[in-house]
Ligand binder design. Sequence first.
Ligand code: ADP
Ligand code: MG
Length: 323
Amino acid sequence: MAEFDLIELIKRRCPKARADVRLGIGDDAAVVAVPAGHELVCCVDTLVAGVHFPLDTDAADLGWKSLAVNLSDLAAMGATPAWALLSLTLPTADADFVSRFVDGFAELAALHQLDLIGGDTTRGPLSITVAVHGFVPSGRALRRDAAGIGDGVFVSGILGDAAGGLRCLQAQLAKDSAMDAACATLMARLNRPSPRVAAGLALLDLAHACIDVSDGLLADLGHVARASGVGIEIEEDGLPGSTALFECFDVDTARALQLHGGDDYELAFTVAEAQIAAMQAAMSKAGCRVSRIGRVIAGAGVHVLDRNGDRKHIQGKGWEHFA
Ligand code: ADP
Ligand code: MG
């Protein structure tokens, strides 16, 4: 299949629902209209075969995930997603792979009224780059550098499933063992994360600092602490986890996966005491579970407290490419 047939195929299968797309796929560049009183929020993420996903990952899951990781970044800014660009580098012009990839991509795009407005298609080792654009009311984006001393620290949803899913996947590949139901649950969370877009919107004007948990809770809260010039204390027993996680792993392993494991794509955020009740009401209206996991203190770094309130010595850290 030729490059232009692949582009046609992609264009045909993606939703085109937005009136604010003046010019989509087909010209030299796309043209979109940003709503008055709003700012544009942009991000891009690349998934490289063998680095970010195993080579035999299902193409539809890849399509979903390559968009999901970007929507999660927009969610962490409190932005409303609107438009995406897709750059595909493919070893061969594999129409079947591209069809399945675009199906997964389009399935998630439709859930967020997001239009694919352009991209690039080249030949080379499999690699996928997605850029996403959204908007926020001017001046109100959620940022990493806004945590205040005394804030409560919260997380959406549950932590550790995706990292648990990766462990299950690796064990399965090594032993060729049958996958049980709990493992399947964890792997589904790894392959098809749900970006917390509604939660991010609910947090506008209520959260101080916000970040999405992509590299691991401790690593990502470390970014918040550094950017905000504060310290953060986390109570280990407060971390929300699934029954599947604790079915598959002993308590210590599960806790480590929750603290260090990446790919959860939940939101971690800080809220002033006076706003906590309003935040909880807004999150419940958005249909999103929220758990209090710690507090912001004067100082630096992220510290984990055991059930007696003593600081634990923590080894290991989150995902870093050039470490
Ligand atoms: P140019 O040579 O001007 O860069 P291309 O031939 O790369 O144009 O792309 C033609 C049109 O198809 C452009 O509108 C581009 O945005 C779109 N396009 C190319 N590849 C993709 C893709 N993988 N996904 C979505 N749109 C694409
Ligand atoms: Mg091009």
